[in-house]
Ligand binder design. Structure first.
Ligand code: SAH
Length: 228
């Protein structure tokens, strides 16, 4: 296995590069890719920046240029469900691009020519991540919705939830990585710690949480994943 680890923001990958054995850095397409060993696993860490296009580009380059065989996205997200609380962990079983709409040519949410509205994560990677994450926090498994919007208003999350009632978390990259991995045949998983409730307090909660808990969680979970 050569594992690609993507996060959008530096806080979401805090400490991982420092934990790498014999790291080598390479800049490409405005991103810094660091390859090395993480607890005996051959890994490449990179920050994608924010949004679906940024994440898609990063995932494709990880596969095509850095030859990773598996991808994990680790980061924070807004809660998409009343039972999912700040500090909980959501592991994606499926991902959807909630802002994609080519109707009436294609059904709402369907990604043209794939025939899919939802992309499933790799079962084995997802099971392993969910198992190790349960030692760090409360884990939920299910649907993560991604779009090029920070969901920070109650009306926004209510509208999303009305259209897609099984959403557990909202973020801005996961479903893009999912589509790229589906098209390239690469097993992937997405894990998100909840930083905010995607409501009117989201921006303030996000800022506070991403600095404190998110960084420690990511390190903890990836360390346990690599050692398991
Ligand atoms: N002001 C921040 C913007 C971060 S955008 C900054 O400049 O750093 C939020 C990031 O966290 C995205 O990468 C997204 O994937 C995730 N995220 C967390 N909460 C979110 C929410 N409520 N809606 C959408 N994305 C969210």
């Amino acid at each position: 296995m050569r594992l690609g680890i993507i996060s959008a923001l530096a806080e979401e990958q805090h400490g991982l590069i420092e934990a790498m054995e014999s790291p080598t850095r390479r800049f490409y397409g405005m991103r810094e890719y660091t390859a090395g060993k993480l607890w005996e696993i051959d890994a490449v860490c990179v920050l994608s920046r924010i949004g679906k296009v940024a994440a898609a580009m990063t995932a494709a380059i990880l596969v095509e240029k850095f030859e990773v065989t598996h991808i994990i996205f680790t980061g924070v997200a807004g809660s998409g469900d009343k039972n999912v609380h700040v500090g909980d962990i959501v592991v994606a079983e499926e991902l959807i691009q909630h802002d994609f709409d080519a109707s009436p040519l294609f059904p709402r949410y369907e990604i043209p020519l794939t025939g899919l509205t939802r992309f499933a994560s790799d079962r084995a990677l997802t099971d392993k991540l969910a198992t190790v994450a349960a030692k760090t926090g409360r884990v939920h498994r299910g649907l993560i919705a991604s779009g090029d919007q920070f969901i920070g208003k109650r009306q926004q999350i209510e509208a999303l939830k009305g259209a897609l009632p099984d959403i557990l978390a909202v973020e801005m990259e996961g479903a893009a990585v999912a589509q790229v991995c589906f098209e390239l045949g690469i097993p992937f998983a997405v894990i998100r710690t909840i930083s905010d409730n995607a409501n009117d307090d989201a921006a303030v909660d996000f800022m506070r949480f991403v600095k404190t808990v998110a960084s420690r969680y990511a390190y903890d979970i990836i360390e346990k994943f690599c050692k398991a």
